[in-house]
Write a protein that binds this ligand. Structure first.
Ligand code: PLP
Length: 398
């Protein structure tokens, strides 16, 4: 078992013992990085200022290559199948905008897909004459696998599903979806933004063609980082929608050669300090052990899912088998943003997930917004009790 107090010794946010301990429940938004992430990034910024960015980067070529190795280890893939990116949405759309689409083709999205994915799908549908359709949710909120089976035909070119939605605790049945979609030759693009760093991820077991994730959430990396995984044999056949002199080489006046692997989805310029910090975050997680981290998160979420419904006026809004670390809830008669602001005044950090982020799911459930508490492994049970006590006080109008 991980000891949260020992983990906190690595976290700058807890370093000042003279200040009240923050209760941090927003790892689904932007988590608290370990010291090594901060040090790695800052050290590199200093070095850039001393000798210029090119020389500073060339001193760290091995460490930069090791970033992909760490990510690949985390998701059980080859380093060549990883494209480093600056956000999950960038990574997702780098793949999505490269899937050939024609009039009449079908794109299927899960009901709890993230807004950015849906917006991109709608834009491409308008441009190409393809159509976007939502896969219904089953009674328990997870993607309805039987309904998907009934929707699939050869015109379906891509199935997009979210592993863990942004607004609640469910976990979608990815492998079943991959198998069904592959049966009709459709590609599967997994939005693993809320699962990477939280649940152990194995792309071979999930059988997805591509996967996107961000650095700043459960992985505890710097902002402006993320990655795309693309199945190697697929990456070698794809033409990214945009290229530069890193994703391709200009070899003849009218010829270019694509990079052989997933790096064809990367551009040359990037924030080197952030990328090194991101690598440090992934290695930190690998050292802790992704299975231990997940079980710590699951225990904390389970604790909240027992405590919160015991408070009069509080409704937990999670669906599915509710085993992810995102706990969503509402308080009768009080707007979620007001609950959040009141908690923030007590140095308890939670966020609000609004209808527009997961429009189909929130509309189907008649919800406008929910409060989202997402405890990472470094949160103590004492923190959780301080949080639920405060929620109880808000709910009671105190
Ligand atoms: C946060 C989030 C994203 C977007 O991540 P960015 O790094 O902000 O692009 C995508 N999908 C889900 C499910 C998310 O929660």
């Amino acid at each position: 078992m991980l000891d949260p107090q020992r983990l906190r010794a690595d976290i700058p946010a807890y370093a000042d013992a003279s200040r009240p301990t923050p209760v941090f429940l927003d790892s689904a938004g932007s988590s608290l990085p370990p010291q090594v992430v901060l040090d790695t990034a800052i050290e590199h910024l200093r070095r850039e200022a001393e000798i210029g960015g090119y020389r500073a980067a060339s001193e760290r070529l091995d460490d930069l290559a090791a970033v992909k190795t760490a990510v690949a280890t985390l998701i059980n893939a080859e380093p060549a199948s990883i494209a480093l990116s600056d956000s999950a949405s960038r990574a997702w759309s780098d793949f999505f905008y490269s899937v050939p689409l024609a009039a009449g083709d079908r794109i299927l999205l899960s009901q709890s897909d993230y807004a950015s994915n849906a917006i991109a799908a709608l834009q491409r549908a308008r441009a190409t004459g393809a159509v976007v359709e939502a896969i219904p949710a089953a009674a328990d909120g997870r993607l309805d696998v039987e309904a998907l089976a009934g929707m699939l035909d050869e015109r379906v070119k891509l199935v997009s599903l979210v592993h863990v939605p942004t607004n609640g605790g469910l976990i979608n049945p990815v492998t079943e979806v991959s198998r069904l979609a592959h049966g009709v030759g459709a590609l599967v693009l997994l939005d693993a933004c809320q699962s990477t760093g939280q649940l152990p991820i194995d792309v071979a077991a999930l059988e997805v063609d591509a996967l996107s994730a961000t650095g700043r959430k459960w992985l505890r990396g710097p902002r402006g980082t993320g990655f795309l995984y693309v199945r190697p044999d697929l990456a070698a056949t794809m033409e990214p929608g945009r290229l530069d002199l890193h994703s391709a080489q200009w070899v003849e006046p009218d010829e270019y050669l694509l990079a052989p692997d997933a790096s064809r989805f990367e551009f040359w310029e990037h924030d080197v300090a952030a990328r090194l910090g991101f690598g440090a975050a992934v290695r930190y997680l690998l050292d802790l052990g992704p299975d231990l981290v997940y079980s710590a998160i699951a225990d904390r979420a389970a604790h909240l899912r027992v405590a919160l419904p015991g408070i009069r006026g509080v409704t937990v809004r999670d669906l599915g088998e509710t085993r992810s670390g995102i706990v969503s809830f509402t308080v009768d008669g009080i707007a979620p943003v007001d609950v959040r602001d009141r908690l923030l005044e007590r140095n308890i950090t939670v966020t609000v997930s609004h209808r527009g982020s997961t429009l189909l799911d929130m509309s189907a459930r008649g919800l406008d917004s929910v409060i989202r508490a997402s405890p990472h492994c470094f949160v103590t049970f004492e923190d959780l009790d301080r949080f639920t006590d405060e929620v109880a006080a808000v709910a009671a109008g105190r």
